[in-house]
Write a protein that binds this ligand. Structure first.
Ligand code: PLP
Length: 386
């Protein structure tokens, strides 16, 4: 939970200032600030990480039918964006140390039609095979896009993730480390690819005012849920006032693979303002997440589980703290609330989360689906890993 009283104040002010919802200046300011903070030359903001990914694919101008290798342990919106771009997702297996693409398995999926490798840094961990994947892609002439949806701010050898591929995208959806309810950014250091991203951003429609309003009201809902955990009346009032206006990140149609009619939009000014405020707090929150991770490490040792693998020279942001437990312990997660006072994360419930698909050709991804649970790293007061 990253939304504080300051974020709520921004949302309240924006709700009263509809005339400014179409302003360009806050969006440009957010893009500049993000690019500078990330160390990237160019950044472009959209209404979702999936849209930022679509912009990356568009910038590459892929011939129809190009194969994009993608980890078979991801969000359904990722293969969707590949299909929407006229390309073909080819799933590869993951390793079970950081849940990134396994380089040996990636190599075996490359064909004459492969054009792109999508690698990801899940749960805020830098993926184990980072160097080997980049090197393999360079050797085989593939473009690389980094899915940094979970890992905004994570570093490897002192450089933030998303700088080594040709392009990268980040999510600022409400469950991620930088939260604008809905949103995402695409970055690149390459001038020609930047022109492609800029062209996509220029064509991108603005969200309808009703959607901007939903996102701003969702700030209120999420804030009140977190800050009034025991004040039943305040929570019920917030739910009554705003509940039916809560923003939806992924529609049931998208889970079935359909392209929403309003797909591909730009980030609106009020959410860019939230993004700017969140960005200023992000490094401190990441310190706090890493501190909680140390406590979860101790819990793992006490319980006989392996702590997550941290690549040498990397600095994770621990969006969540992933652990492989017995399949029965994942299926019945009630113990986490009883014993630890937390809600157990079940990402992912399928290899193409949350779509009910199976990938028998990716056995380690299927094992992670059975066994990987993840713990929160910004703990509500009262919860404890010890
Ligand atoms: C959340 C997520 C995305 C998409 O981001 P949105 O902002 O929700 O569109 C992409 N990849 C992964 C791994 C994610 O978890």
């Amino acid at each position: 939970m990253t939304l504080g009283h300051d974020d709520l104040a921004i949302a309240e002010r924006c709700l009263k200032n509809r005339a400014q919802w179409a302003d360009e200046a806050p969006v440009t300011a957010f893009e500049r600030a993000f690019a500078e903070w990330n160390g990237s030359r160019h950044a472009f903001a959209f209404l979702g990480g999936r849209v930022a990914f679509s912009a990356c694919l568009a910038a590459l101008e892929l011939p129809a039918g190009t194969e994009v290798i993608v980890p078979g342990y991801t969000c359904v919106v990722v293969p969707n964006a590949i299909r929407f771009a006229g390309a073909v997702p080819v799933f590869c297996d993951i390793e079970l140390e950081t849940y990134g693409p396994d380089v040996t398995d990636v190599a075996r999926r490359i064909t004459s039609r492969t054009g792109v490798l999508l690698l990801h840094h899940l749960f805020g961990l830098v993926c184990r095979d980072y160097d080997a994947l980049i090197e393999l892609a360079r050797r085989r002439g593939l473009r690389v896009i980094e899915d940094c949806a979970h890992a905004t701010g994570a570093e490897d050898q002192g450089v933030k993730v998303g700088r080594r591929g040709d392009l990268a995208f980040y999510s600022t959806e409400r469950s991620k480390v930088l939260n604008t309810i809905r949103g995402g950014l695409a970055v690149t250091d390459d001038e020609e690819l930047a022109r492609g991203l800029a062209a996509y951003a220029e064509r991108a429609p603005r969200p309808a005012p009703a959607e901007v309003e939903r996102c701003l009201r969702t700030v209120r809902i999420v804030h009140d849920r977190a800050w009034h955990p025991r004040r039943g009346l305040a929570r019920r009032w917030a739910q009554f006032r705003d509940g039916r206006h809560e923003a939806v990140s992924t529609t049931s149609g998208e889970i079935r693979g359909e392209r929403p009619t309003d797909y591909g939009q730009r980030l609106p000014a009020p959410l860019a303002e939230l993004g700017l405020n969140q960005l200023a707090k992000l490094d401190q929150l990441s310190v706090e997440r890493r501190r909680t991770a140390v406590r979860w490490d101790a819990w793992c040792r006490a319980m006989g589980y392996a702590p997550p693998f941290v690549r040498e020279g990397s600095l994770p942001v621990f969006l969540r703290y992933p652990v492989l437990v017995e399949a029965e312990r994942k299926r019945d997660g009630g113990w986490a609330r009883r014993e630890l006072g937390i809600d157990l994360g079940v990402w992912f419930v399928s290899p193409i989360h949350p779509a009910p698909f199976s990938l028998p050709d990716c056995p380690r991804a299927m094992e992670a689906v059975q066994r990987c649970v993840n713990f929160p790293t910004l703990l509500p007061s009262g919860a404890s890993p010890e």
